[in-house]
Design a protein around this ligand. Sequence first.
Ligand SMILES: [Ca+2]
Length: 187
Amino acid sequence: MAALSLGCSGPSWVSIDQGGRSFVPSSDTTVRAALEARPFSIHALVKPYDEAGRRFYGIKILAGTLASVQFLAHVGDRTDSEGPFGPGMGMAVDPSSRTLYLGEGGFNYLYYIDGGTEAQSLKLVAAKGESRDVMATFISLAQGGTTEPVESWGGKELFLLMFYDADLDDTIDPGELVRARLRFGKG
Ligand SMILES: [Ca+2]
């Protein structure tokens, strides 16, 4: 497992994991993951979502089959009023489905609540001070009303744009935005 941190200069806050392998972002904050066509995980070090304290930590993920999804937002963009990570752009989905939803019109929202009893997208691996080492495993991908198991994605690619607002300033700062290109082998 790769070391994770919240800093911009050190290792990234996120990796793509599968079967004991961990793909981390390179210096250009892009993950290039050669995966098998089977479930994979988004593994991250984030702070817990705290509704009472109004500290809404979470990971926003845009996913698509075209590389263009990776360029819908950029470092420096604000996210409090508009844009793909703006208010109201989150997709209302059932996290227990372990499905990643594709589409440029809405983001997947992954969060973890300490002591949470409801279904949560992120599962606790370990507590590390104020941060939580967490993971979400996806078994299927949904696009245009169709949900398919990852196993049917052999030979295809998936592009992700992932944003974690580590300082809750509604601004995409360096290191907070990570692009991922997932290539699923034909098996
Ligand atoms: Ca920020």
